[in-house]
Design a protein around this ligand. Structure first.
Ligand code: DP6
Length: 350
């Protein structure tokens, strides 16, 4: 195993000694689910009702730095250079994640957290996944906690289940769990196993209307298709695992598009309806269908937002990105390879 396999392994020390006024910094990448997570077996512990399979992207980055400080009366958090209001939803979610780490480190110290994304936040680009993965890695190291990737993944999952997958690079899976079960993601394969590429068509820049957490709870309560969604998810995850291990692009494309469209069928039949697509989303899907008919190895997936992620075989990304740039309503296209796990990048005094 290389260093990346153990992103938060450090020598144990007393947490109160550990802060030393220094910031500890970690990087994490968002991941995109090919077999989707949508639904909770345990909303309190945030245990997923379905398994999900993802790829981690290297071109999009969250950088988070954390300093535990005895002079702070409360956690203070900045996101993309702006202070989060005390007790706002986002601040409470971050503090709850820090509480899990504080409890393991037996400390009450509050933290200064500064986190920054180099891509749109809260717009269906998995900023909560990379955000909580980077937070757990940085804060655990700042507290001198020795956590395995599995232990770190469980803490990230409790904050945001997709974040559990961003602890790992390449291809990852988060299994379904039962109520009360503390599940963690696991690595299916490193990026080098099959260096797929992704073009992300930005179809709207603003934040999404309904967040995933609220949306999937509403889906479980109201969508007539939710039961079928849960019942068919294990077979989808198994098909994706086989396709990844055999590098079978056609099989991965089939199960990924099917899982995405099933999830959006559940979203669209939720009450009130979760309509994340816009006209540019639909036009991008049509362009991807044309590329497929012309023989390009590409497939689409979308999450809780209008952006379309086009996954392609190594080398096909440039052609796909150029085709998507001219789709009406697409403001820009980001491209990425597959990335590594969440990791520490150092510590500094300022
Ligand atoms: C559509 O992980 O954001 O992106 O666990 O409530 O924080 P919480 O939800 P979150 O949901 C992600 C949903 C998705 C599909 C996926 O990433 O698997």
């Amino acid at each position: 195993m290389n260093d990346h396999s153990h992103p938060v392994r450090r020598a144990a020390r007393q947490p109160d000694q550990a802060t030393g006024g220094r910031f500890t910094t970690a990087l994490a990448h968002p991941n995109i689910a090919l077999v989707k997570y949508w639904g909770k077996a345990d909303p309190t512990l945030n245990v997923p009702a379905v398994p999900s399979v993802s790829i981690t992207l290297d071109a999009l980055v969250t950088e988070t730095r954390v300093r535990f400080d005895g002079s702070l009366a409360a956690d203070s958090i900045s996101l993309n250079g702006e202070e989060l209001p005390f007790a706002s939803g986002q601040a409470r979610r971050i503090s709850a994640c820090l509480d899990a780490l504080r409890s393991q480190a037996h400390t009450q110290l509050r933290a200064r957290v500064e986190t920054r994304n180099d891509f749109p936040t809260g717009a269906g680009l998995a900023s909560s996944a990379s955000g909580f993965a980077a937070l757990v890695v940085a804060a655990a190291a700042a507290l001198q906690l020795e956590l395995s990737p599995t232990a770190a993944s469980k803490i990230a999952r409790a904050a945001s289940a997709s974040a559990a997958r961003s602890l790992f690079g390449g291809f990852a899976e988060l299994p379904a769990g039962r109520a009360g079960e503390d599940v963690a993601a696991l690595s299916l394969a490193a990026a080098e196993h099959w260096p797929l590429e992704v073009a992300v068509a930005i179809c709207a820049e603003g934040p999404k209307a309904v967040g995933s957490t609220r949306g999937m709870i509403d889906s479980a309560a109201t969508s007539p298709f939710y039961g079928t969604w849960v019942e068919t998810a294990a077979a989808d995850a198994a098909a994706a695992r086989t396709a990844i291990s055999q590098r079978d692009f056609a099989a991965l494309a089939a199960v990924s598009e099917a899982s995405c469209l099933k999830m959006h069928a559940v979203m669209q039949t939720t009450c009130p309806a979760l309509l994340y697509w816009n006209a540019a989303t639909m036009a991008t899907l049509e362009r991807i269908r044309s590329l497929q008919q012309a023989g390009t190895e590409v497939f689409f997936t979308m999450d809780a937002g209008p952006q379309v992620k086009a996954v392609c075989t190594p080398g096909a990304c440039r052609e796909v990105a150029e085709a998507l740039e001219s789709v009406p309503g697409v403001s820009r296209v980001l491209t990425s390879g597959l990335g590594g796990p969440a990791r520490l990048v150092g510590s500094s005094c300022v």
